[in-house]
Unconditional design. Structure first.
Length: 119
């Protein structure tokens, strides 16, 4: 699959950055998400919601990116929250035990509120 099979777009509102994930997140495309997280850390944007509404697939390599970065965001007082997962993608999160480590929420609004209540 081509690299353009996965892309991210992000916008920040009140200190919370929403990153929309689109396509398939696997070993080949994981670097795209890594670069996005690196940019956010550089810009000191530590409160992140990744919206998976357009995410068709996630492989363990994609989850590995979350694992690699979530501690770095949390060390800075932020977090990564995940929203709008399809059943298929949610299943992978659950299967590998990620739902226990990462907040997986229904909506961006809900994730946003969690950030507001912790700041």
């Amino acid at each position: 699959m081509a690299m353009d099979s996965f892309q991210t777009t992000s916008h920040t509102h009140d200190g919370v950055t929403t990153v929309k994930l689109q396509g398939e997140l696997d070993a080949q495309t994981a670097v795209v998400l890594e670069e996005e997280f690196e940019k956010l850390l550089e810009k000191k944007k530590y409160k992140v919601i990744t919206n998976g509404q357009a995410l068709q697939y996630i492989a363990s390599a994609g989850l590995g990116v979350y694992m690699a970065y979530i501690e770095r965001f949390r060390e800075e007082g932020g977090d990564i929250k995940v929203t709008h997962l399809s059943e298929r993608v949610q299943h992978v999160f659950d299967l590998l035990g990620f739902s226990k480590i990462i907040d997986v929420l229904e909506s961006d609004e809900e994730a946003y509120q969690r950030f507001q209540s912790t700041s």
